[in-house]
Ligand binder design. Structure first.
Ligand SMILES: Cc1cc2nc3c(=O)[nH]c(=O)nc-3n(C[C@H](O)[C@H](O)[C@H](O)COP(=O)(O)OP(=O)(O)OC[C@H]3O[C@@H](n4cnc5c(N)ncnc54)[C@H](O)[C@@H]3O)c2cc1C
Length: 424
């Protein structure tokens, strides 16, 4: 893993007045870092403002999302895949198990047009490390930590809708005047609020539980989705030789299970995942192996407002069901680098709005699907045995679109990580 603390000294803003960057990105998470990297490689000057005091966020952020082939293709073209693949196990297949039988099976290698033949579970810390290293090696891109954005005041010298960034660091408060301000500050985005963009948020406080156990040899490289009497369970290899189990169910069932005795909770997972039942019982002796997360579906009314743009979770919080939040965010950033570049050069003033027009209905459709499927899963889990036994894999997003991304953007994504002149 790269040493991201190396060279960690720059906590002040680049000095000279009059040398405002082309783009200020608020939030050095995965989406902000990838966008900054791609814009830097296009010759744009970029300043990333991160509110955390150092490159690595706190330990609570140790989640391990699964990157799909289309997202890996972008990162591979940037030369980052070998570092990302260190210490993790590729996932080569997906299976759906319902009523005790395998009702669907897919191999990533069989998908026509997949840029790589697997998905990759990556620790979010490792992903941030790798992207941060790449950003630091890119001329024209700076990251400032411990930076608090206080507001996006309107620019007095410009037409309506053009905003500056008021930011506080150790060096004091300064107003920056970039051509573009990008909110990559996550699902609770402050940029969104400061730009006056309202958002509808649906919060799922309970009903998502994770269990991590050591990776057994018998499991292989398959991700398995189980429809059970208690909702939906997923078993997948993740980084550091761990096997991750996820349980999505009705909030009241999750609450009862987590507040009851540990053996009962262990038994819920063992019953839901018969392929690993004994392994789960043998390796789960304390509650520290379980974690509960809240998820949010966030729908802002627009993504572009004057020179302010929302990207990643700031533009669309999604539930973890279907495993797309990070994938969508990185894919947004990959496509938007070109659109931002075109908007900045004056070649195509409408590029950002056009991206929103293509992308937002797709993401919104995905969010609709999540809401409907999560409700159906919760209803089935709390209803009588007859309805419960009907779980047959129908409440699962389709495999190919998750792996290959939005059809209208696949060509753009296949070019996004390659420097101009090397595209086939
Ligand atoms: C348990 C769990 C499992 C998940 N599994 C998957 C999965 O399998 N597949 C998948 O695709 N996705 C998954 N996700 C979702 C994924 O983690 C997010 O979608 C992704 O991290 C979004 O990236 P982002 O860069 O848009 O935002 P974030 O990762 O939220 O980054 C935002 C950054 O902005 C900074 N910031 C916030 N506010 C400010 C501010 N005011 N000023 C400056 N900086 C600020 C933050 O410190 C952070 O660095 C999962 C999420 C969870 C919780």
């Amino acid at each position: 893993m790269p040493d991201t603390d190396r060279g960690f000294a720059a906590r002040t803003l680049p000095a000279p007045a009059g040398a405002d960057p082309d783009v200020v990105i608020v939030g050095a998470g995965p989406a902000g870092l990838l966008l900054g990297l791609l814009l830097g490689r296009r010759g744009r000057s970029v300043l990333l403002l991160e509110r955390a005091p150092r490159p690595r966020p706190g330990p609570g952020n140790g989640i391990c999302p699964i990157l799909q082939p289309v997202t890996l293709g972008v990162l591979d073209d940037l030369g980052l895949l070998p570092d990302l693949a260190k210490g993790t196990t590729p996932v080569t297949r997906g299976e759906v198990v319902a009523g005790g039988a395998t009702v669907a099976a897919h191999s990533y290698g069989d998908l026509p047009g997949a840029p790589v033949d697997h998905a990759l579970p990556v620790s979010i810390l490792q992903l941030r490390d790798v992207l941060t290293e790449a950003v630091r090696a890119t001329p024209g891109v700076e990251i400032v930590y411990d930076a608090t954005v206080h507001g996006l005041p309107a620019r007095a010298d410009e037409e309506t809708g053009v905003r500056c960034v008021r930011v506080e660091t150790d060096a004091g408060v300064r107003t920056l005047r970039p051509a573009l301000v990008v909110g990559c500050d996550g699902k609770h985005s402050a940029v969104r609020g400061m730009a006056g963009i309202t958002a509808r948020t649906r919060t799922y406080t309970h009903g998502y539980l994770e269990l991590r156990v050591p990776m057994p040899e018998f499991w292989g490289t398959t991700m398995r989705a189980y429809f059970t009497a208690d909702g939906y369970m997923l078993g997948t290899p993740i980084a550091d030789d761990q096997l991750l189990f996820v349980w999505i169910t009705a909030p009241e069932i999750a609450e009862r299970a987590t507040s009851g005795p540990l053996p009962d909770l262990v038994e819920r997972f063992a019953a839901g995942i018969p392929d690993a039942a004994d392994w789960i019982r043998d390796h789960t002796h304390d509650r520290s192996r379980f974690r509960e997360f809240a998820h949010h579906i966030v729908r802002p009314e627009r993504w572009v407002d004057g020179n302010v743009l929302l990207v990643g979770d700031a533009a669309h919080g999604v539930h973890v069901y279907g495993g797309q939040g990070l994938n969508l965010s990185l894919q947004d950033a990959a496509c938007l680098a070109q659109a931002c570049d075109e908007a900045l050069s004056g070649k195509d003033a409408g590029a950002l709005h056009r991206f929103e027009a293509v992308r937002r209905p797709y993401v919104s459709g995905f969010q609709d699907m999540q809401e409907a499927h999560l409700e159906a899963l919760a209803t089935a889990a709390t209803s009588g045995p007859r309805q419960r036994d009907r779980g047959d894999g129908q409440h699962l997003p389709e495999f190919a679109p998750l792996a290959l991304g939005q059809p209208e953007l696949r060509t753009a994504l296949s070019h996004a990580g390659r420097p101009a002149g090397t595209r086939s």
